[in-house]
Design a binder for this molecule. Structure first.
Ligand code: PLP
Length: 718
């Protein structure tokens, strides 16, 4: 795709478009280029350089082309981008090439229904997508031959608005392709890449887009082609939209279409990584291919298992897609003809009874076809081994083949700019290369408290400016009344202890737990000398009525004067909002019903920004809490009486706030610095950053899942 106004770029800045179209700018010096180029436009476009370049006045570009300081930043960004090109010298110095080494041109293919790379590409809903996006970014940094496969949803997930009485409204907007950092993928003979996927008794054409991400490419599938029937064109319109039938068809497109797209582009994966069961039909296409070339069922399955990696993401049963057999039979109708008796063998791979009768279960399919299976935290590993007992009825729980690779987050993406500069000054610029080395981070203890506190204050102020600007925009655009402007954060105090809670609104995450005793909370919040404020954000899944009621409940508290304007709901949670929140709050709250939070990652992002975690010992916190790097909420009550569990957990939460957190935060030295508080902040940064980085995580995947498949003899059928 040729950007429309390419010709208007000054000669000296002729590669600006190329930079804008490679999303590695988001965590490299490229970020500074676009930020400096036109700061107002940068903010107005929500940091979207592709859109910026379409709207930018040529005078601005001319000025930049003659500004030596700007050009130095620009040249540095180009150097960084060029170093990620395969032909570059820097490529040979990556972790993969220096430590793992494969002599082949094979790749890891990573399939996911969502990828969260940047807010300008709204093809994600929540944590699953953020994990996939961060995994790809780290794969680029480590130099893994890696390609992501997902969907280009033109309407994305949805944008969230909240009605005056707190009810979530879902707004679907059509993405303007030209404003997004995507290009059409081209085959080797420079033709647009289009593949034909059998669906029901028809064929659907799938167009392939690509996103560049440093050393990594992402392929995004799209059925919105004129040659398709109107209903097929809509198939990939929305993420998690539509009913079961749509979902099944999407998953067939992802699995079958994804394999076909890789082949059409001449890519030969050595490893097929399925991120969640949505992508498990990859297995079907590979089995079909091997069947067609005469490989026996048994041999084909051995080969598939040798090369398939599966990551499961939730212990909540409804999070595992399962379809009635008649639907699967119907939608895969044109696949069966070629498979003969193998059809029943294939259906058997997915057959699973999760308590509601036998169905075709995508997680079961993936688990029965993968050689390496992992959960996303150590505790989630334990829960998953118990939960899927029917798959391995003869194996003792500890022998079931489900490992655990705890999630992480991409450090350069999530560390705030001001904090990163503080690290540059005190730890040296090499922190960016060494952030998975726990010993290295001991240096944080030597950062002067006063400097760290000044940075923490600045980061909180950035959050407040962002929240207030959003409240102002809603006031003007939606004619929001005074109460709604307050609920949106207009009265926040930039110096008060600020607790953040941002995640999907759904029952097991208990978003309103902290309101269980409103009087006790109001006393805490309204303490005139030690005020506390709460900032909430998050979407409820469009079909989750209960989740929307939780959201409404929070919103009503935000409107309630008894909380003094100190309870806030920021609408339309996305990557941009997440950045401000995880960097700008003081404490990050997480209170799920244990053990339903598989991992959680927002708390990791916060903790490495010096925002200590206040959480139930679930997910990653069960292994991340050290005793002095945050706080553990433990009501001491377990069992089926959920009201009793909630009451005990809420009480434990209040006690931590009253006895520990608020006093520590407001206990200031003669110079106004909260020293005891900063000791927790430092422990939070230095314990969480290395262990819960994607660098540690992806190295674990390489060692335990990818490298073994690369090193074994290469089969003839791939
Ligand atoms: C990190 C992130 C998530 C996931 O956070 P959890 O702690 O797993 O809920 C969801 N949405 C966005 C926008 C994020 O940045």
């Amino acid at each position: 795709m040729t950007p429309p106004d390419l010709s208007e770029l000054p000669e000296r800045l002729s590669r600006l478009h190329e930079l804008a179209l490679d999303l590695s700018w988001t965590w490299s010096p490229g970020r500074e280029v676009f930020r400096r180029l036109d700061y107002q436009l940068w903010k107005r476009t929500h940091h979207n350089p592709v859109l910026m370049l379409r709207q930018m006045a040529s005078a601005v570009l001319e000025r930049a082309a003659n500004d030596a300081a700007f050009l130095a930043v620009y040249d540095r960004a180009l150097l960084a981008m060029d170093a990620t090109r395969v032909t570059a010298v820097g490529h040979a110095r990556t972790f993969w090439h220096s430590q793992v080494k494969t002599a082949t041109d094979e790749v890891v293919a990573y399939f996911s229904a969502e990828f969260a790379l940047h807010q300008s590409l709204p093809i994600y809903a929540d944590g699953l997508g953020v994990l996939a996006g961060d995994h790809c970014k780290e794969a680029s940094d480590l130099g893994i031959p890696f390609v992501g496969v997902g969907f280009m949803y033109p309407q994305g997930y949805f944008r969230q608005r909240v009605s005056p009485d707190g009810w979530q409204q879902e707004v679907y907007e059509h993405l303007n392709w030209e404003d997004a950092p995507i290009q059409k993928a081209q085959t080797r003979d420079r033709k647009p890449c289009v593949v034909a996927v059998p669906l029901g008794t028809r064929t659907v054409l799938v167009q392939v887009w690509q996103v560049r991400l440093g050393r990594v490419r992402l392929l995004l599938l799209d059925t919105n082609l004129e040659a398709n029937q109107p209903w097929d064109r809509e198939l990939t319109a929305r993420l998690y939209g539509g009913g079961q039938d749509t979902r099944l068809q999407q998953e067939i497109v992802l699995g079958l279409g994804g394999v076909l797209a890789l082949r059409a582009l001449g890519l030969s994966p050595a490893v097929w990584h399925l991120n969640e069961g949505h992508a498990a039909f990859v297995v079907l296409q590979r089995l079909r291919d091997m069947h067609a070339s005469g490989t026996s069922w048994e041999e084909a399955l051995v080969e598939v298992r040798r090369t398939t990696v599966f990551t499961t993401h939730t212990p909540v049963p409804a999070g595992h897609d399962a379809f009635p057999f008649h639907l699967v039979e119907q939608q895969l109708a044109s696949c069966w003809g070629s498979m003969g008796a193998e059809r029943d063998d294939f259906l058997a791979l997915g057959t699973y009874d999760n308590g509601a009768g036998s169905q075709f279960n995508m997680t079961a399919l993936a688990m029965r076809s993968a050689g390496a299976i992992n959960a996303v935290s150590q505790l989630h590993g334990v829960v998953t081994r118990e939960m899927f007992e029917p798959l391995w009825p003869d194996l003792a729980v500890d022998d079931r083949p489900v490992g655990a690779i705890t999630n992480g987050v991409h450090v350069p993406t999530w560390i705030g700019r001001d904090l990163g500069e503080l690290f540059d000054r005190h730890l040296g610029a090499q922190w960016k290369d060494r952030y998975d080395d726990p010993a290295f981070w001991a240096g944080v203890l030597d950062i002067p408290d006063g400097e760290l506190w000044a940075v923490r204050q600045t980061m909180r102020e950035h959050l407040f400016r962002f929240v207030r600007e959003r409240a102002r925009v809603r006031f003007t655009e939606e004619d929001a009344g005074a109460a709604r402007v307050v609920a949106g954060g207009a009265m926040l105090d930039p110096h008060a202890l600020t607790i953040g809670f941002a995640r999907r609104f759904t029952g097991y995450k208990r978003p309103d737990l902290i309101f269980r005793d409103p009087d006790r909370l109001a006393t805490l919040i309204n303490n005139p000398r030690r005020p506390v404020q709460l900032v909430f954000a998050g979407k409820a899944h469009p079909a989750d009525e209960a989740g929307k009621h939780h959201l409404q409940n929070i919103y009503r508290h935000a409107l309630d004067p008894r909380f003094g304007g100190r309870v806030t709901f920021v609408d339309d949670y996305d990557l941009l909002v997440a950045h401000f929140l995880v960097q700008g709050c003081d404490v990050w709250l997480n209170n799920p019903r244990k053990p339903l939070e598989a991992s959680g990652t927002s708390g990791m992002k916060a903790a490495m920004n010096g925002v200590p975690h206040l959480s139930i010992g679930d997910g990653w916190w069960a292994e991340g809490y050290t005793g002095d790097n945050g706080w553990l909420i433990d009501g001491g009550v377990t069992g089926d009486d959920l009201a009793a569990v909630d009451a005990a957990d809420a009480d434990a939460l209040y006690r931590l706030l009253e006895d520990e957190i608020v006093p520590k935060f407001y206990d200031r030295s003669a110079r106004g610095v909260p020293e005891r508080w900063l000791s927790v902040v430092k422990q939070s940064i230095l314990t969480v950053t290395p262990r819960f980085s994607t660098r540690r995580m992806v190295k674990d995947y390489i060692e335990r899942a990818y490298a073994p498949a690369f090193r074994r003899p290469i089969g003839s059928n791939r």
